[in-house]
Ligand binder design. Structure first.
Ligand SMILES: *Cc1c(COP(=O)(O)O)cnc(C)c1O
Length: 392
């Protein structure tokens, strides 16, 4: 066994978190400032400004000091009241999961659920809105990571806005890796974070909040206040003149600052392009090896994560174990309903470079072959390189 569980892998091609950029890692080791120090308060304001630029927001984004699950749960707790009717769109494990939080705050939950290798059809949303004019909130996961599939949130957002509903979007594993911004999809609460495509460690949530969402949250008497789940507590935290409700994660703010500098410095379009190309090369290689994508069509396949359907007769956990032990390459399993049915190859941040498609194909193909599913790895790699070279 070359890479025993006690040893570090060579490369983590998981669906997030992935390794951070070196500049982010060195920023994490900066001096830890006192959060009331004017230097820190000014720094915090500047980081919020950079996040605002990256998210292309007209208002200030909110930073919450916990993994994006905090932001998703806080969005449900702050925005949804028993008077709301929520339409939850579920095309995967995360989308489905949001429905359980929604249900905690309102008994009125409607759902559109599609098989977890497909995407939500905006026409189905339009039909549901017509049938249920009482729908006041729509929730959707943009990239349902355990399926590696993308929902058309800009189209869904346009329908939601026309209906007058509030829209909650989970864009945790898409923002920074493809063209998506809160205002492009009319999101009222848009949840993302630095640990997927921005290449920083898991620790923070970035939220885009619309004017009307602020008003609704403030009017909600049951919304959390003086609580880790509160969004409203953080409304003015961006300002150097306002105190923080709780101590922010100082070191992770340094990391986020570096990650935003890298994203804006490279140019968002360039960053998205290398994510898309890595995914495209991976998909071409998978097809050339005679293997199947999990996604029902290329059109719904994510540019930030490729889910490969587990070949018949192969134990998926064994395949990942071999890829890691023999080659030092880490992939992600599915989650809940997709566990065992697929393997995920992440293309996020530091790992969104086309040559990693070749690494992934070699490790996946090698492990599958060892388990008795003979695949033509050479063909897969040639197909990936053809895609990469055609884009040069
Ligand atoms: C990673 C991720 C989150 C955050 O979940 P964690 O379990 O805290 O990593 C939320 N939504 C989606 C779609 C994600 O991919």
């Amino acid at each position: 066994m070359r890479y025993s569980p006690e040893r570090k892998p060579v490369i983590t091609l998981a669906a997030g978190p992935v390794d951070s950029y070196p500049e982010v890692l060195s920023a994490l080791s900066k001096t830890v400032l006192y959060d009331y120090d004017p230097a820190f308060q000014l720094f915090y304001e500047r980081v919020v400004d950079k996040a605002q630029t990256a998210m292309r927001l007209s208002g200030k984004p909110v930073i919450l000091h916990g993994e994006p699950v905090l932001g998703l749960e806080a969005a449900a707790a702050s925005l949804i009241t028993p008077a709301d009717t929520v339409l939850n769109l579920a095309s995967g494990v995360y989308g489905k999961g949001f429905g359980y939080w929604a249900k905690r705050y309102s008994p009125n939950l409607l759902e559109i659920e599609v098989p977890y290798n497909e995407a939500i059809d905006p026409q189905a949303v339009a039909a549901m809105l017509k049938k249920h004019p009482e729908i006041s909130i729509i929730s959707v996961c943009h990239h349902d990571t355990p399926s590696g599939t993308i929902n058309p949130i800009d189209a869904i957002g346009a329908l939601s806005a026309a209906h007058g509903a509030y829209l909650i979007v989970d864009a945790v594993s898409s923002f920074g890796g493809m063209k998506t911004h809160p205002e492009d999809c009319h999101a009222d609460i848009y949840v993302t974070g630095p640990a997927k495509c921005l290449g920083a460690p898991p620790a923070l949530t970035l939220l885009g909040v619309s004017e009307r969402a602020w008003a609704k949250m403030k009017a909600n008497k049951a919304a959390p206040f003086a609580s880790m789940l509160s969004i409203v507590d953080w409304e003015n935290a961006w300002s150097r003149d306002k105190p923080f409700p709780f101590t922010p994660s100082v070191a992770d703010m340094n990391g986020l600052d570096a990650a935003l500098d890298l994203y804006l410095g490279e140019g968002p379009e360039n960053v998205w392009a290398r994510h898309a190309l890595t995914a495209k090369a991976t998909r071409a290689g998978i097809a050339a090896m005679g293997l199947d994508l999990w996604a029902a069509s290329e059109a719904v396949a994510s540019p930030t994560c490729t889910a490969v359907k587990t070949p018949d007769g192969i134990d998926e956990a064994e395949l990942r174990r071999l890829a890691r032990e023999r080659y030092g390459v880490v992939f992600s399993a599915g989650r809940a309903d997709t566990l065992g049915k697929l393997t995920r190859i992440g293309h996020m941040g530091t790992t969104a470079h086309p040559i990693y498609a070749v690494t992934a194909l070699a490790a996946y193909g090698g492990a599958a072959s060892l388990l008795g599913r003979k695949v033509d790895i050479g063909k897969g790699i040639a197909a990936a390189l053809a895609v990469i070279d055609a884009a040069a």
